[in-house]
Design a protein around this ligand. Structure first.
Ligand SMILES: C[S@@+](CC[C@H](N)C(=O)[O-])C[C@H]1O[C@@H](n2cnc3c(N)ncnc32)[C@H](O)[C@@H]1O
Ligand SMILES: [Zn+2]
Ligand SMILES: [Zn+2]
Ligand SMILES: [Zn+2]
Ligand SMILES: [Zn+2]
Ligand SMILES: [Zn+2]
Length: 424
């Protein structure tokens, strides 16, 4: 029986397998470098026969090999892992910001396009000396990267598909220079639940912490978590030191999540971070400006409310102050006397807890309400309006099918919430 390989040998075997294949590919003359679009695979001459009937492109250049996110098609999985790739504008902004902030290593969790741009910028000249390690569930990327720059990984349960050697790659990356100069940037699928993600990120933080010296025990690992603004409360529940930046993250392949300076069509995706926001400069040429009172950059229409003493808009539009709620709310919201707070027009009222659902008086119930006949008519009108609105929403859903990357009943609830936020 052959002897079991010891740990270091296992790591060497792990590195050698895929590296050999990639090295063979880049040594081929351009005319022999083929990529099968049907199988999403780089082909060596031995593979050509099997892919003879497939959609194959030739002359794969070094430039194409360096931008795999353009060569591979984005996964359109309706469930959890629809791939939304950063627009050039957002990706360039992120790389610029990371190097301005002085980081030297970026742990890219579910950000393949950022990973490739960091590597391109680094190899292209002296502009940046950032290193990057990509952790992603999309195995297709393993063809383009050595094992020291890509790990096949599930961010919902912190699982490294290639076992201990891959985990050690990640650990070494986080702990290099005693953990100094590293940041994690993650852009999980939006349908993903915050809790399992937070648990995973805390495990990665733990790994980074193990490499810290005792004096740095209070330090936090810097993080950029890219997620929709309406999950702010949920993220801050797990990471209280995080704040949300106004910068609108946008994507190449998502019509709803496009960058727009004003109006409805603004991306709801933001950056959550534990880096003090006054250290983060947002592009003034896009209209972002520094609010000296809040000590952070805010979007064009986000106005400082003197009552809240804060620039309160979350969605990029100008919000209005409600004196009854004692806070700023979305411009389209109205103060509802049944619910006793501001809400979208035509919502289903919670109603007063122990009173009449119709008029709000506490001395009778809905059935004996003196206003029942008039309210019946009003209810009918409201129902009709709701129906119209719901039909309109259904149309939006059909157009934006790929947004529905959520699960079961939660999927429906989340989708409704997304719609409520996007449509109000
Ligand atoms: C919303 S996309 C973000 C892509 C990013 N905007 C970019 O351009 O680099 C989500 C990414 O997370 C990856 N992903 C989805 N589910 C995952 C999982 N369970 N574990 C790790 N990565 C996952 C997808 O493959 C995809 O690359
Ligand atoms: Zn094929
Ligand atoms: Zn302000
Ligand atoms: Zn206010
Ligand atoms: Zn109000
Ligand atoms: Zn109400």
């Amino acid at each position: 029986m052959p002897a079991q390989p010891v740990e270091t040998e296992k790591i060497a075997i792990f590195f050698n397998g895929k590296m050999k294949r990639y090295l063979r590919f880049i040594q081929l003359p351009l005319t022999q470098r083929k990529f099968c679009e049907s199988c999403q695979q780089l082909l060596l001459p031995d593979d050509w026969g099997v892919h003879g009937e497939h959609q194959v492109v030739g002359d794969v250049s070094v430039t194409q090999l360096r931008r795999p996110s353009q060569l591979l098609y984005p996964l359109e999985n309706k469930k959890a892992n629809a791939q939304y790739l950063f627009s050039e504008r957002t990706c360039q902004f992120l790389v610029g910001l990371l190097s301005t902030l002085g980081f030297r290593r970026v742990l890219c969790v579910g950000t393949p396009r950022l990973h490739e741009l960091i590597r391109l910028t680094t190899s292209g000249g002296k502009k940046s000396n950032l290193k990057s390690l990509l952790l992603d569930i999309d195995f297709r990327y393993s063809q383009f990267y050595m094992e020291d720059s890509f790990c096949h990984y599930n961010m919902f349960n912190h699982h490294f598909f290639d076992g201990k050697p891959a985990l050690e790659v990640c650990r070494a990356f986080l702990q290099e220079d005693k953990g100094d100069g590293v940041i994690m940037v993650t852009d999980p699928p939006f349908g993903g639940l915050v809790e399992p993600l937070a648990i995973t990120f805390k495990k990665l933080i733990g790994m980074w912490k193990e490499g810290q010296s005792q004096d740095d025990s209070q330090q936090e690992m810097p993080i950029f978590w890219i997620f929709p603004y309406f999950l702010e409360a949920r993220i801050c529940q797990f990471f209280p030191s995080f704040c949300m930046l106004d910068y609108q993250v946008d994507y190449d392949n998502h019509a709803l999540y496009k960058h727009g300076r004003t109006g409805r069509k603004q991306s709801p995706v933001r950056i959550f971070t534990n880096i003090p926001p006054n250290k983060i400069t947002l592009p003034t040429e896009e209209g972002y400006r520094f609010c000296p009172l809040c000590q952070r950059y805010v979007s064009l229409e986000n106005q400082h409310c003197e009552h809240c003493n804060s620039c309160t808009s979350k969605d990029g539009r100008k919000w209005k102050h409600c004196f009854l709620c004692k806070k700023c709310v979305k411009p389209s919201w109205i103060h509802c006397s049944f619910c006793n707070h501001c809400a979208v027009a035509y919502h289903s009222c919670e109603g007063p807890k122990d009173g009449c659902f119709i008029c709000g008086e506490l001395d009778h119930k809905r059935r004996s309400c003196p206003n029942i006949s008039t309210s019946k008519k009003a209810n009918k009108a409201v129902r009709k309006q709701k129906q119209r609105k719901s039909n309109k929403m259904k149309m939006v859903t059909t157009k934006g099918q790929s947004m529905n990357h959520t699960f079961g009943t939660r999927k429906r609830k989340r989708r409704d919430r997304v719609h409520q936020y996007l449509c109000s």
